[in-house]
Design a protein around this ligand. Sequence first.
Ligand SMILES: [Zn+2]
Length: 567
Amino acid sequence: MKPHILALLLVTTAAAEPGKPPLTAQTTASGGPLDPAQKKLRLDAADLQLEVDPEREVVNGTATLTLGLLDRTDRIVLDLDRNYTVTAVTVDGVDLTGAWSNPEGRATIKLPKKTAKDATSTTVRITYGGRPHVAVRAPWDGGFVWSRTKDGATWMGSAIQMEGCDLLWPCIDHPTYEPKSMALHITVPKGMKAPANGVLKGVDRLDDGRSTWNWEVRDPTLYGIALNVGPYEELSGSYRSRFGNTIPMFYWYLPGEKAQAEALFGEFAPTLDFYEELIGPYPWGDQKVGVVETPYKGMEHQTINAYGNGYARTPDGFDELFQHEFGHEWFANQLTAANWDDFWLHEGFTAYMQPLYGRWREGEGRYLSMMLASRTGIRNQSPLVTGKPQTAEDVYRKAPGRGGDLYNKGAWILHTLRGQIGDRAFFDAVRLLVYDRPDPAPGNFKPVFRTTPDFIRYVNQVTAKDWQWFFDVYLYQAALPKLVQSRQGDRLTLTWQSPLNRPFPLPVEVQVGDRIERLPMTNGTGSVVIGEGEHVTLDPMSRLLKQDDAVDAYQSWQADRARRSGP
Ligand SMILES: [Zn+2]
């Protein structure tokens, strides 16, 4: 999702006004520790048949899960919002409805006996339904969004990033439990369409006027699965990629917005070209590029990105929300964080793609103006990465400032790194991180789960240098390093002051008069001789993320003003 007012919204809405019906702590959390019984399972495939009734705000469905058995077990443990009523459960065809219990949202099916020694998989079928959890301010809290178009027609979307897949279907709500394949059969009222993930296999017309939309998606990111229902109109086209493949593109938008929709659709091809040139092949070229207009701001739903930006304009000349969510096809859906603790790999990298796109379109001036605009949003109240298993809530809601810093600080750390190691090494490391190979081409890579140490390892590998000190300070410490200057006669000495006095030998550019000197800052210090009357500017190209008195003063003035004007 996109940042900006995010951090503020999370604090105010999450605490004050939860969605309905209420969720248990277990369902509210996404990721974090697994149940020991879940560690014995692998989710291989899922088939969801869902009937959506927007008038009654009800969903009824059947989920068929193919689970790989990694060890013998006497129970199947899944996650499902207990607001759903479960009416039937079978395991390998045997009725075990009576063996289902779900007091807290972590559901257990007690098996009559331990699975056989040689059993490698089991099929679980669960019929469930009811009024699903409604989000208050999606996507910053998750759930269903039941809405109306300008003409009063039904319009619905789901967004479940924060709380996870268990708001939608019985799953294992941990990022690494992606199924290899998933089928979605979504039945919607007459006149409605249901654009969803992956490839459309066909639309069945039912006798009562409803229709069932059949989709198949491979390797879906769990929070990237979404329902969308509305009286959509469709724009489609195909894109000939620089890698030689042809990619189908679709945009489903609300009636009455054709001109704006066509303008946005016109941004798809150049945005694809940017990502393919800088990062590598669009990961889902065998499926589609899909975007759907939603009654909430946006979300990186895999091959069906949510767009609710109202065709807003910015001086940067492109739709930043569309461009951002689309970037998540690489940094969230192809590369998925193995743990929510590493979530800056989704948001920091994707947030950095907007200024890089500004640069690709218009050059360094646009790039730097976009970077500087985001600098004032960095809070430095919590480290970006802790090195421990974390839930979505830990990352976005519990650690002050971390939710917003994932974006702005993440992007500034990447900006600083790129300034040090150069474009070639930077994008080589990113490519290895995303594809697990230096030469990705359509069909020669699979989705990957990644951690922060993976990225550090790749940066070290491509530069043949150890950058651990850089990440130790920027990612694992809350406070920013500070560049302290002192003057003795004509000599200006610069010293890095880092949190916990960690080593921080980050080179600094200094402009003296009309020349720029690069101080290597070995052991965290360096000096330069200043001629008489020469003006000095530190880091004149704003290459470095560092403590900044003006930003700190601006932030406290803002906070003070907000306090005075009241809630
Ligand atoms: Zn995002």
